[in-house]
Design a protein around this ligand. Structure first.
Ligand SMILES: [Zn+2]
Length: 196
């Protein structure tokens, strides 16, 4: 079934995905199911399509590709581990550290509000907030490290995946079979909600 990706419709990520891209000509301007596909695209991406003739119905497959960590990536993991080691408390058990495209590092810890869970924030929010406060806007790599259960790297929750997608298509460090790897955010979260 043809599905329009955000790339097809001019969203972020065009040409920016390292993974294998498979282009399938699912439909064309004259496709008989154009209206159905257009609605499907709207449902998935919340994009409006200004000009129907631009609808191509191209499907981008973005398989998750795990990449090895560099020395700089390992440094982020160590910083996150150190930070939560220092700041662990009743309120905080996770630290996030990120590196920007300009090679600056920012960090933060989660804040759990026991009496009102929705008021809690993830460590990624704190790290990104500091980054934005310092005038940076694009994340190169990000990692979150949890202190509990002996310590481990955590993948970002769904809310954070959407949040982080506002600041580029960074590498996200994850733990797979006890090994640390990194993947592109667009592979973890291929269809972020975007503004119309
Ligand atoms: Zn989160």
């Amino acid at each position: 079934m043809p599905i329009c990706s955000t790339s097809t419709l001019g969203g972020r990520g065009e040409g920016g995905i390292d993974g294998v891209k498979t282009r399938i000509q699912g439909c064309s301007v004259s496709h008989p199911d154009r209206a159905r596909i257009r609605n499907q695209c709207r449902l998935i991406t919340r994009y409006s399509i200004p000009n129907e003739s631009s609808l191509t119905g191209v499907l981008f497959l973005m398989p998750m590709r795990f990449r090895d960590l560099t020395k700089l990536d390992l440094e982020l993991v160590e910083k996150a581990k150190d930070l939560i080691g220092k700041r662990k408390s009743k309120r905080s058990s996770v630290a996030a550290v990120l590196r920007t495209k300009n090679n600056r590092m920012f960090s933060g810890v989660n804040i759990e509000i026991e009496c009102s869970a929705p008021c809690s924030i993830c460590a990624e929010y704190a790290a990104v907030g500091t980054m934005v406060s310092e005038g940076e806007e694009e994340i190169e790599t990000i990692v979150a490290f949890a202190y509990k259960n002996g310590g481990r790297v955590l993948p970002p929750c769904g809310k954070c995946r959407q949040f982080i997608s506002e600041f580029g298509d960074p590498h996200v460090i994850v733990q797979v079979d006890r090994k640390l790897k990194k993947v592109r955010l667009s592979e973890l979260y291929p269809l972020p909600v975007v503004s119309e």
